[in-house]
Design a protein around this ligand. Structure first.
Ligand SMILES: [Zn+2]
Length: 265
């Protein structure tokens, strides 16, 4: 399931193809993604130029010359491919095709169809406004995290998966960041914040661990299974030097969490 590093990688790959490109034609082969694509989806995109492609949380955000914004989410299994002019016929899961003035086609493929595409007038996507801080922004630190965590009564795992607390994290990178910070996913948010709402030392560790986890994931090849320290490693030895623990998998809120019960407190 794509999280911040995978979405950021997708944006970096699409940016040179899409930025400055005119969308000549949009072919929708399947209207029912996570939601139904609006009836005027094609008409609002055709003839516009992509001014800029960016990311907010797990969303790809394309600013269009029409003044509108195309907001896309990869869902569980969505991905983009770029086809050159002599492309193969589209496959079963190639749901949306953007034919560009350059001759290239950007194709959205999504077997499980949990992805979404929406067009908003102006920058006014109410959804994006609800998202928490961007963990790779320079403004993100323990204080910012304390502000968004302080009123939460949940576990750290649940809070960090909540896009309103911090944008872009999911199951995988929350497990990884908590491991790096030596914090239990079952710990309560309130234990990391002072009565005045400021960050305790453990929260400073967590903010740093989130940044490092994401930065490393972005720098990595993304192909090697060994890149995860806890995710998917249940039953295996903890990799922390001197720790005798074994990684455990538990289910929180219906989703898997991986952690070391010995060194994560
Ligand atoms: Zn351990």
């Amino acid at each position: 399931v794509p999280e911040l590093p995978e979405v950021e990688q997708t944006v970096r790959e699409l940016r040179p193809v899409l930025e400055g490109a005119t969308i000549n034609r949009v072919v929708v082969r399947r209207r029912r993604l996570r939601r139904l694509l609006p009836r005027d989806f094609e008409a609002r995109l055709e003839g516009t130029t992509v001014r800029a492609l960016g990311r907010r949380g797990k969303y790809l955000v394309a600013a269009l010359s029409s003044g509108e914004t195309l907001v896309m989410h990869l869902g569980m299994s969505g991905s983009f491919e770029v086809w050159t002019s002599n492309a193969p016929p589209p496959g079963k899961h190639d749901h949306v095709l953007f034919q560009l003035g350059s001759g290239a086609t950007v194709v959205f493929n999504d077997p499980r169809r949990f992805g979404s595409m929406q067009i908003h007038s102006g920058h006014g996507d109410p959804l994006l406004g609800l998202l928490g801080p961007e963990p790779l922004d320079s403004a993100f630190d323990a204080r910012a995290l304390a502000t968004s965590l302080c009123r939460r009564r949940t576990t750290l795992k649940a809070a960090l998966c909540d896009q309103r607390v911090v944008a872009g994290l999911g199951n995988i990178y929350v497990s990884e960041a908590l491991y790096r910070a030596r914090l239990s996913p079952r710990r309560r948010c309130g234990t990391l914040v002072t009565p005045a709402g400021g960050p305790r030392p453990a929260l400073r560790r967590l903010a740093r661990a989130i940044r490092e986890t994401l930065t490393d994931a972005l720098a990595g090849t993304g192909e090697d299974d060994g890149r995860f320290r806890v995710y998917g490693r249940d039953g295996l030895r903890c990799r922390r030097r001197g720790c005798p623990g074994r990684i455990r998998r538990i289910v929180q809120g219906g989703r898997s969490t991986f952690f070391c019960p010995v060194c994560q407190r």
